[in-house]
Design a protein around this ligand. Structure first.
Ligand SMILES: [Zn+2]
Length: 414
């Protein structure tokens, strides 16, 4: 048992008892003989973040191919560099990404990358949560689709008894994957009662090409292929018309909003407020650092709020409470994880922030300060599943993780 003493929760001082992996009790004063007592004077507790769309191992691509459009950026800069990646690079790259996520207050991420056993190992060691999907991309090669479906089935069949990790599936997009692969993965996800992630309608060209090839828009196509549902996440989902919004709502499909990446690659801005008003389940993600260029959900919240206002032409769009919720509670809820709020009975995933940090004063509205003013310098501690994964800004093995990452970057740029 861990007892947090004198911590600010919703502007009131209280004590919080962590028992096993849950928030057991919240009260003005708790008198109990705990294994550890943490003095939280001048600290506030907030739920940690859930980053619902990223490509963790793209860390080595930070700052590459700046100011190019999405097609040139991918084909000229990203794909040739990714072709050099070997499985042994993925573990150090994943560890470095996780280091950045923990420092910026994230305790759960949904990845989309390759050589996933290496990422699984990094997640297990560093103590956070993750949804790790088996990769699906076949470039319309039927044999490759069969091969992927077979290997994905093996992946889902292998026992993996870590409650912090959920095995899932991803298909890259309708412009890189065949109907056979997408429907095969969707059927598998249903059979194994797990999640499927896919990039959808990130750019207008994708929509236009889909209409030309299939005679309908991407969301309509995925609905026809029976891919949509509450366990399917559409990453980006920028260009949806009203009929598609209705399909997303009707099927309970989850959306992963990536405002920084969309603005940086100039692929359009999601109508966040319109989607929220329509009752869609929107979550927040950073995308990879190659198009962000950080994994900080704090920066992502600011862009989500600002781009929502700009897109709606209204200051009342992208409200503080809503933006904070899409970055925390909505993400955990979408993946059936009982976290994202500081309440008794919830999983103990949270951050402690220093209320004397320059960005958090004056404390008129803590969530607003977190969205519009703060950076990760205010975060002192991060807990996941009841255990500290950063204490007083220290993450175990940090120096080694950094030196290994630098070695891999040098290797890949050689
Ligand atoms: Zn992506």
């Amino acid at each position: 048992m861990i007892l947090l003493q004198n911590v600010f929760l919703n502007n009131k001082l209280c004590d919080i008892l962590i028992n096993d992996n849950k928030i057991a009790k919240i009260s003005d004063k708790i008198s109990i003989c705990a294994d550890e007592v943490i003095d939280c004077t001048d600290k506030a507790i907030l739920p940690s973040f859930c980053n619902t769309h990223t490509h963790a191992s793209m860390m080595f691509l930070r700052g590459i191919g700046e100011d190019k459009n999405l097609q040139d950026w991918l084909n000229q800069e990203i794909f040739p560099r990714e072709a050099k990646l070997k499985p042994e690079h993925i573990y150090p790259l994943s560890r470095y990404a996780i280091l950045e996520m923990i420092k910026t207050g994230t305790t759960c991420f949904i990845d989309m990358y390759f050589h996933i056993s290496e990422t699984l190992k990094a997640v297990e060691e560093m103590g956070l949560r993750a949804i790790i999907p088996y990769p699906g991309m076949d470039f319309f090669d039927e044999k490759e689709a069969d091969n992927r479906i077979k290997k994905a089935t093996q992946y889902l069949n292998e026992a993996f008894p870590n409650p912090r990790i959920i095995k899932a599936l991803f298909c890259h997009s309708v412009y890189t994957c065949s109907q056979k692969l997408i429907q095969g993965f969707s059927d598998l996800a249903k059979k194994y009662n797990t999640y499927l992630q896919i990039h959808v309608s990130e750019m207008q060209k994708e929509v236009d090409d889909c209409i030309q090839k299939y005679g309908c828009r991407p969301v309509e196509l995925l609905h026809k292929w029976r891919v949509m549902g509450p366990k399917t996440l559409f990453a980006h989902a920028v260009h949806l018309n009203d009929d598609e919004i209705r399909l997303v709502k009707k099927t309970g499909t989850v959306l992963g909003h990536c405002p920084t990446s969309n603005l940086k690659l100039d692929t359009g801005q999601m109508s966040l407020q319109k989607y929220l008003d329509a009752g869609l389940k929107v979550t927040l993600g950073t995308d990879g650092v190659s198009s962000n260029n950080s994994l900080s959900m704090i920066s992502e919240m600011k862009l989500a709020a600002l781009s929502a206002k700009n897109k709606a032409n209204s200051v009342s769009a992208g409200r503080v409470e809503d933006v904070f919720k899409i970055a925390t509670q909505n993400g955990f809820e979408a993946f059936g994880i009982n976290a994202g709020e500081i309440k008794e009975g919830k999983l103990a995933d949270f951050i402690l922030v220093n209320m004397n940090n320059q960005f958090l004063l004056p404390n008129n509205n803590l969530k607003s300060n977190m969205i519009y003013a703060a950076d990760s310098s205010c975060i002192s501690d991060v807990f996941c599943d009841g255990k500290p994964i950063m204490r007083n800004k220290i993450i175990p093995h940090e120096a080694e993780i950094i030196s290994e990452f630098k070695r891999v970057c040098a290797d890949l740029s050689a």
